[in-house]
Design a binder for this molecule. Sequence first.
Ligand code: GLN
Length: 488
Amino acid sequence: MSLHKLTLHELQEKFTKGEVTAREIVSAYSLRIKQVEPKVKAYITLVKESAMAQAEALDQKLKSWRRTMPLMGMPLAIKDNICTEGVLTTCASRILGAFVPPYDATVIARLRGQGYLLLGKTNLDEFAMGSSTENSGFGPSRNPWNLSSVPGGSSGGSAAAVAADECVAALGSDTGGSIRQPAACCGVVGLKPTYGRVSRFGLVAFASSLDQIGPITKDVTDAAMLLNVIAGHDPLDSTSANVPVPDYTKALKKKDVKKLKLGLPREYFAEGLDQEVERAVREAAEELKKLGGEIKDVALPATDAAIATYYLIATAEASSNLARYDGVKYGLRSKQTKDLLEMYMKTRQEGFGPEVKRRIMLGTYALSAGYYDAYYGKAQAVRTLIRRDFEAAFQEVDLLVTPVMPTPAFKLGERIQEPLQMYLSDIYTISANLAGIPAISVPCGFSKAGLPIGLQILGRPFEEETVLRGAYAYEQATGWRAKRPNIR
Ligand code: GLN
């Protein structure tokens, strides 16, 4: 079997047994990228040469070392809003088009500490704002299942790279669904951890109270393996939680959900949900019932306020976080301006794309004197209601089972002129960020048109183990993973 088709745990096993060298692994991926990347466009920057140099050095050292580190020789792709020392990190924005970070994000330092190889930096919606990767300042990525469809967003490059076998696994970031939604669109697994579970140090901030980094992988086992490496307290991130990190792969021992209560929130199966998606998700719930779960109907009454709440809080935080791109400290600086004010204005005008500008304006408005209480203050109050809905639901059940997205991946260009339509596609994912809880997207079927559909499983704060167990039991019982996109 070709190396690029293997999961992370399969490739790691081969490598650990000495059946394959790091050099062979990087060669296999380089070839694969050469074949399919011109069609998929998952990457903004590729660093295959340095990956090869590292692989060769590793193979040399392994003549006298033992293969002990879990990610030794494993070629990963990283979303381009996560800082990598010495490697371009653009956030898919012209304003950071030439930005080379002088330091690694904590997650990168941890991956490096376990021997991973960086293959490249993946495409995203500019500053992670979007649901299709079309807001990238460097052109969209495409869905490996159908090149005229979007791969989802904002971590669309990472999800497309995993689905098209252009890396063994990837990292994404999720502020309102940006790991889970592209994972669903591309038929792969995406996990958003609890807020505070994974350090945000070195993740370029979009909305700091919502952002989390997490794995995008070929299966649930790989997600658990990557979470093992990136999770844990970090003194460099003041919102990082000092909570012990279990071995998440142990959570996968049980291939059932016996004694677990699973809730179907009725608000998530209402108007606007595509019939094919609804059928696939309800069938998945039935499957979980067969595996020993008890299915219950639950209510999350504040759901209809989630989009408005999210788009006030996220834009408010973004307008503040993006104030730093002023042409002075780093990034683009507009030339030949007559004074400082004009330099600020032109830099931002030239550097930011339309969606980012829209959000800065929305957020600035929501935070302005006279409107603050009516918009931002109100949104914070509703955020509390949303969190309480989940707390109440998790008194009754252990996990929630829902769709990830109302429809399968849409066509490129279909929603780009209608921001509200784009925002509405986040309805099932944003509440987990507002409440800070963990959630996973796992493949649960296909539409008639052959596009993947995702199942979302949400859990209590810091109970990623239960979320992973549910997803694993479902994955093992169904085997959707066997179906791969036919891209060459
Ligand atoms: N689609 C949402 C947005 O546009 C979520 C983005 C994200 O999670 N980064 O804001």
